[in-house]
Design a binder for this molecule. Structure first.
Ligand SMILES: [Zn+2]
Length: 365
């Protein structure tokens, strides 16, 4: 009896949902967080060094695995994987926002912007570097960073925060793109402190000539969590409809390339602190989805048995690297908040873009 009543009720609710008005997407905000070069060994090692204290990303409601191979290589670079995650298209290594035939393909951020969402990107490397560039630009090669910077100006994106001053200001062609940004109404900042009172409007923060310093080189531990909070505040205020933002922990990758476990650890902790800001925001703002993943693993990292396991990590744990490049291993996908269940299971990196676009009502179901 109860069962029948419940199913009738569900039927009635469904009827109301269909008969009333146009269906608003359930997901209002997407915070897409990419730890560059962050495979399962990187997150495992970070938690292990913290005596298995759970990382913030472990609060995830649903976990998936993604396959990262590109259109021309089983081991992807950040450009092809960034393009896959942003657009839903596999492409060749070094491509930014173009398919295998070098035709531009739309990314989630652009589709969201066209639909009235506020959009932004945040990074700890240059904003013109491969991962953030894939959410903004369309060029044949990731190395065309002057051109990528021009496309940032043309994109009319609400907010970008990261390094890369030299691609906007001290360019080979002598142009100063920050003048164009100011003319378009951007607050252009060179230090996070300059954004203290800024709570809305267009924001361009260029905080280093190219890459920002690593944590080991003195980048503030407040930077990425603070920039994440700033982005969520500004984007929330810029559109009632909602927002899409990509936030990159860019330099975990460099730790892998350098086979430097300390760097991997510090950069992963830093990224995870930004994940906490995003998850807390999702707790307070129903309709927010946070997806935390990577673009590829870097370093072929493994954690192997040491001489004296179960003693202090630095004495007992051995980290071994299989390469100074990237590896092809599948990556964890941590999903939290509204719509998180869509990210359970094994998927292609391109599926992540398509799922996000569906959830924001940007493409057909
Ligand atoms: Zn790399």
């Amino acid at each position: 009896m109860k069962k029948i009543a419940k199913s009738l009720l569900l039927g009635a609710t469904a009827l109301v949902a269909v008969s009333c008005c146009q269906k608003e997407p359930e997901v209002k905000n997407i915070i897409f967080m990419i730890g560059d070069g962050m495979g399962l060994a990187q997150t495992s090692a970070t938690a292990l060094i913290n005596d298995w204290e759970p990382l913030n990303m472990e609060r995830a409601d649903y976990i998936g695995l993604q396959k990262t191979y590109s259109a021309n290589n089983r081991v992807t670079d950040s450009a092809a994987s960034g393009t896959a995650l942003a657009t839903g298209h596999k492409t060749y290594n070094s491509a930014i926002g173009v398919d295998v035939d070098k035709n531009p393909v739309a990314n989630t951020r652009e589709l969201a912007q066209a639909a009235g969402y506020a959009t932004g990107v945040v990074a700890t490397y240059s904003v013109t570097n491969a991962t953030p560039a894939a959410f903004v630009a369309h060029v044949e090669s990731r190395y065309l960073e002057d051109k990528i910077a021009e496309q940032f100006v043309e994109a009319d994106i609400d907010l970008f925060i990261g390094g890369g001053t030299r691609f906007f200001k001290e360019r080979r062609d002598g142009k100063d793109l920050t003048e164009d940004l100011k003319a378009e109404g951007y607050t252009v900042a060179y230090d996070m402190a300059e954004l203290e009172g800024v709570t809305e409007g267009k924001v361009a923060a260029l905080l280093a000539p190219n890459a920002m310093p690593t944590i080991g080189q003195g980048r503030s531990k407040d930077y990425l969590p603070g920039a994440t909070a700033k982005a969520l505040e500004v984007l929330s205020n810029n559109s009632k409809k909602g927002f899409f933002v990509m936030i990159e922990g860019s330099q975990i990758d460099g730790g892998g390339h350098d086979n430097n476990m300390v760097k991997i650890y510090e950069e992963t902790v830093d990224f995870d602190n930004a994940v906490k800001v995003a998850f807390d925001f999702a707790d307070e703002h129903p309709g927010t989805l946070v997806v935390v993943t990577a673009d590829h693993e870097t370093g072929g990292l493994s954690i192997v048995s040491g001489k004296s396991d179960f003693t202090l990590p630095e004495q007992g744990v051995k980290y071994e690297f299989g390469t100074t490049g990237h590896s092809a291993i599948m990556l964890p996908v941590y999903a939290y908040g509204t719509g998180a269940e869509e990210f359970a299971g094994v998927m292609e990196n391109t599926d992540i873009a398509k799922k996000m676009q569906k959830l924001l009502g940007l493409i057909e179901e």
